[in-house]
Design a protein around this ligand. Structure first.
Ligand SMILES: Cc1cc2nc3c(=O)[nH]c(=O)nc-3n(C[C@H](O)[C@H](O)[C@H](O)COP(=O)(O)OP(=O)(O)OC[C@H]3O[C@@H](n4cnc5c(N)ncnc54)[C@H](O)[C@@H]3O)c2cc1C
Ligand code: SF4
Length: 481
């Protein structure tokens, strides 16, 4: 339900819809492609108030609110921002979201809140995501924000994985008074917010400030601990935890197993490339601290958002010729258009209907070229996507000194293999109820990418929050499993 229902406001909706729209300000492509700073220029208070005042306040429930996976009360926040009540708007976002300053920046708004804005019909939608991060940043800088803690219950919950799912779960558990301990395989918390999404989309300081909130709320963080290898879920129960949340994501890079030459120096998996290209070495596992060797000519193989992130990272690392190789056409690309347009503006090239079949070494034994086949589109598959079919004898060579494989992600099956009674499916995804996080093992809950496969920050966070509500109920009624 909206705090300030549209029906209660006496406003001139027609005048609002026709008021001028000023698009987001981005740093010029030739400037932003030289560094890893944020691409989007943050709103000033005046700009935020003007943008929020374009909202026409649809009747409750507004379509933007329904389209937002965490059901932020966007229209009420727009009203508060318009009046200059930025902290009050931030408080509204904090009620429904554990990561509003992050979702406001990285959600695919055009497909969610902004995409459902009724102004899309004849006008331009309100820039809802940017207004969310503006209000929450404003509050943090002026007065700070703390997770509201409930009196301690003395119950201890272990969270495996400190990505958006684990963080959403921790936020809600803390607000119910439970003790939270993260077990994380990496040196730092954040999951793909740190070890995936590049700085130019999500500056690391935004994440660090968020993480300080969790630290101040008293979470225990145990880094460099791979559950399934260093400890099992059974060990966690033996150590006295009363419930366990699994939020381990789906972070194993897909391989090109039948393609010769993927082991050549110069061929990288997307995660390795993005992490070593974007993350301060002090936050990296020691095995990943050696610098990337990125050449002047880079090819990125794949068509999703990760491919766009790799193209843009390669440009920022100084590569002169950066080309995406994709086996279908632009129409079938799974990645968002916004990122693709930005990558093109920054200098990336696209070569469609192109399938690499062999990675070729030069005299020094390092990658020197990729042999490719031209493809054409065949009949649609079960999902309606037209299958790429090779054109016989169309082999050609693309010279390059670095190749990045951005082909998608798989789950790690290790927890299913090391946890009795924990059901998994499809190569290791955890079987869990999407609304409650309940798994087949008593006391064990799960959510996020490790349940759904690769998805979004906001959906993983929502899954973690929902699981926390179930865990809270479980802790009230259960004796130890
Ligand atoms: C390159 C890239 C760019 C993306 N860009 C966007 C974007 O712009 N917008 C968006 O909404 N989404 C984006 N996504 C998707 C988004 O990041 C994920 O959907 C989201 O992070 C999933 O959250 P999660 O908590 O389920 O998993 P993760 O973020 O993957 O976190 C899982 C955590 O668990 C840890 N872990 C794994 N196994 C174990 C274990 N056995 N023991 C202990 N710890 C373990 C991992 O180290 C990690 O920290 C992107 C993804 C990638 C790869
Ligand atoms: S969480 Fe995402 S979808 Fe929801 S309002 Fe914020 S930016 Fe939009």
């Amino acid at each position: 339900m909206q705090l300030i229902p549209g029906e209660t406001l006496t406003i001139d909706r027609k005048a609002r819809a026709n008021s001028p729209f000023y698009d987001l300000e981005l740093r010029p492509p030739e400037v932003r492609a030289c560094d890893f700073e944020a691409v989007v220029i943050d709103f000033s208070p005046e700009r935020a108030m003007a943008e929020a005042s374009r909202c026409i306040h649809c009747p409750d429930p507004a379509p933007c609110m329904l389209a937002c996976p965490t059901h932020n009360d966007i229209p009420s926040a727009m009203w508060l921002i318009e009046q200059g009540h930025f902290s009050e708007a931030a408080n509204l976002y904090h009620q429904t979201s554990s990561l509003p300053e992050i979702c406001g920046r990285v959600c695919p708004h055009e497909a969610l809140c902004q995409g459902s804005c009724v102004l899309n019909k004849n006008h331009t939608p309100v820039l809802t995501g940017e207004l969310e991060s503006f209000a929450v940043d404003y509050q943090r800088r002026r007065e700070g924000h703390a997770i509201p803690l409930a009196p301690p219950t003395g119950k201890r919950v272990a969270i495996i994985g400190a990505g958006p799912a684990g963080l959403g779960c921790a936020d809600q558990l803390l607000q119910s008074g439970h003790e939270v301990t993260f077990f994380e395989s990496k040196p730092s918390a954040g999951g793909l917010l740190v070890y995936g999404i590049p700085n130019f989309k999500l500056p690391k300081h935004v994440w660090m400030e968020k993480w300080e909130e969790f630290e101040r709320a008293g979470v225990t963080f145990i880094p460099n601990t791979y559950i399934g290898k260093n400890k099992t879920i059974d060990d966690l129960f033996t150590d006295g935890f009363e419930a366990v949340f699994i939020g381990v994501g789906s972070g194993i890079d897909a391989k090109m197993e039948d393609t010769p030459g993927t082991d050549l120096p110069g061929v990288y998996e997307a995660t390795d490339f993005l992490i070593r290209g974007n993350v301060d070495p002090s936050l990296l596992p020691t095995s990943m601290r050696q610098p990337l060797e990125v050449g002047k000519r880079v090819v990125v193989i794949g068509g999703g958002d990760t491919a766009s992130d790799c193209l843009r990272t390669a440009l920022r690392l100084g590569s002169e010729e950066v080309t995406c190789l994709y086996r279908r056409t632009e129409k079938e690309m799974p990645g968002g258009k916004k990122d693709r347009v930005m990558a093109s503006e920054e200098g990336a090239n696209y070569r469609f209907l192109t399938q690499p079949v062999k990675f070729l070494p030069g005299d020094d034994g390092k990658l020197a070229a990729v042999e490719c086949l031209e493809m054409k589109l065949g009949e649609p598959d079960k999902k309606g996507r037209r299958k790429p079919v090779p054109v016989e004898g169309s082999n050609f060579i693309v010279e390059c000194d670095t190749a990045v494989l951005a082909l998608g992600y798989w789950p790690d099956p290790i927890l299913g293999k090391t946890t009795p009674d924990l059901e998994t499916h499809d190569w290791g995804l955890v079987t869990a109820d999407k609304n409650t996080g309940i798994t087949s093992r008593a006391g064990v809950f799960s959510g996020g990418d490790c349940v759904t496969g690769p998805d979004l920050v906001v959906t993983a966070m929502v899954a973690g929050r929902k699981a926390a509500w179930t865990i809270d109920e479980y802790l009230k009624t259960s004796s130890k499993p």
